[in-house]
Design a protein around this ligand. Structure first.
Ligand code: HEM
Length: 128
């Protein structure tokens, strides 16, 4: 069974998605402030990490990684569902622009949804 990463076309597809996704994020005042202190040189690497994390699915390792890297944003910068929804929306828009098949987009968005509680540092026991 091919992974989602393989199904969308591997690293090349991720590279194409990174550009589009990044432009959507920085053009959006709702989420842009969270990236104000982000090292721009490593931004592309992080966006790739974002997409490969999503495409690799919601393993326990991925969930605890998502919880760890976003914890400060939740507790110090007020990261909430509003911001999560906006990022998910930009990801969906990116995949649509790349004409990723609808059923695959559905699977990818399901994988993203599975990371919501971890990203927002909720339900610790369930994710442990
Ligand atoms: C399923 C949803 C998400 C995934 C898969 C994801 C993925 C990632 C990954 C892989 C990193 C890099 C961690 C590292 O450096 O090792 C990261 C960092 C980050 N994420 Fe997310 N993220 C998600 C949701 C969000 C949301 C909703 C926001 C805010 C609107 C956000 C803002 C950030 C910021 C600000 C960083 C840190 C950048 C820095 O180090 O300067 N993320 N995320």
């Amino acid at each position: 069974m091919a992974t989602l990463l393989e199904q969308i076309g591997g690293e090349a597809a991720v590279d194409a998605a990174v550009d589009i996704f990044y432009k959507k994020i920085i053009a959006d005042d709702v989420v842009q402030p969270f990236f104000a202190n982000t090292d721009m040189d490593s931004q592309s690497r992080k966006q790739k990490l974002f997409l490969t994390t999503v495409l690799n699915g919601t393993s326990k390792g991925a969930l605890s990684y998502m919880r760890r890297v976003h914890k400060g944003l939740v507790h110090d910068q007020g990261l909430t569902d509003v911001h999560f929804d906006a990022v998910a929306h930009h990801l969906q828009g990116t995949l649509e622009e790349l004409e990723v098949p609808t059923d695959l987009i559905g699977q990818i968005m399901e994988s993203v949804g599975g990371m919501r509680d971890a990203v927002l540092d909720r339900d610790e026991a369930a994710a442990a």
